[in-house]
Design a protein around this ligand. Sequence first.
Ligand code: SF4
Length: 336
Amino acid sequence: MKFVTIEKIRISIGSASVLDLGTLPQFNNPPTTCYIMTFTNGHCIANCGFCPQARSSKSSMEKLSRVNWPVFYLKDLLTKLKYMSFSKKFERICIQTLNYPENFNDLIEIITQIRTYTNIPISVAIPPLSKEKLKELKIRGVDRVGIALDGASADIFEKIKGKSIGGPYTWEEHLQKLNEALEIFTPGFVSTHIIIGLEETEKQVIELVENLHNLGIIVSLFAFTPIKGTKFEKIPPPIVKSFRKLQLGRFLIYNREKKSNDFAFNLKGEIININISKKELNMIIDDTNAFLTSGCPGCNRPYYTSKPSGPIYNYPRALTEKEKREIFQSVYNYVN
Ligand code: SF4
């Protein structure tokens, strides 16, 4: 065993269960990525209104979105990763990085340690970092980086994670850092996500997805999830039908070369028509990919934003026939 100076790390409960780290519940749809999070004594210094880790959040420190992330010893994670049976092996390791003064040093140490034990591809979700730090991440063996925009416009960003909510972030800097990450990690290896349900219009989402796709950035859509103790605990989750239209729109832009002018919007910015036939819609739903968790290869994030009892926004597994029928019913009026 190599010397480890970082002692503790958080691991999502689903990943910890797959790793067999103690007596934990078994999940029907286990994660295919190992989700871990930097550990710090205290909160993130940022103050994103939706986030349990935010500086002024009163939520449990164990949470990120609706998932619990108990604390484990890093050395135990490393041992489990090293000796995991091939059949259980994760497709990817994803490290969520909170914003705190030592976060970069911690991240580098975690990556370096993991790399000495396994060659599973590593993604990191990071706050904006300098180009030098991004280069260092790549040298150490990080395969992909994600910098979350969360908001679908500059105004929404400002309200949910910018200065008006006591956060350190600006829309312009996030976009700049995403562009710098593209220079270092190359198009197709940089990602972001947008939270749906924070007063954005469907038109704003489709146009932003198109613009980010044109740059080579992978966009994931997450349904807003109210978490007790956060500033946004009283905001309801998005309407499922709206989320389905956006999942379909995102899929068409990334996989069928559709543009925002293939979508018709009403004055409220709602999608009223998508330029595909019902037959194409049926084939897309049957294939199920459009409605699964999107992001890095191998990421399924089970129940990150949905209760297992439903409604399920991003599916962590292939759709059942009943789910396919429900999705068709919810969107067929919007296609030709
Ligand atoms: S930077 Fe990330 S962890 Fe920190 S408050 Fe914002 S969303 Fe939460």
